[in-house]
Ligand binder design. Structure first.
Ligand SMILES: [Zn+2]
Length: 105
């Protein structure tokens, strides 16, 4: 019995290499995209908290620091305003910044 093993046609090799290249490129693109999205998420959270902090400072309140967590952040304002309108402005400033960012995204 004679067994003939036929080599794969050259086109198949090229197609396999092209497929592997596309998969590697897609994987690299996904990693880079995820890396950029993680940074952009933290920039958006920081901008949100800066919105709260800047309005608080504009009304003479002391902002101790801004802490970023995995899923959000906190602007530490030392004392509350005596005027409820100012508190409302501070509370709405962060979401307003987020809405602005969303409008540009
Ligand atoms: Zn907020």
């Amino acid at each position: 019995m004679v067994l003939f093993i036929r080599p794969a046609p050259r086109e198949d090799c090229v197609e396999l290499r092209l497929k592997a290249y596309r998969q590697n490129t897609a994987s690299l693109f996904r990693h880079i995209s995820a890396w950029i999205q993680r940074r952009f998420f933290f920039v958006c959270v920081l901008a949100h908290e800066l919105g709260h902090a800047l309005v608080a400072r504009a009304h003479g309140l002391t902002v101790r620091d801004i802490t970023l967590f995995i899923f959000g952040g906190v602007a530490s304002i030392e004392e509350e305003s005596k005027r409820p309108g100012v508190e409302l402005q501070i509370a709405l400033a962060g979401p307003a910044v987020s809405m602005l960012l969303a409008a540009f995204a």
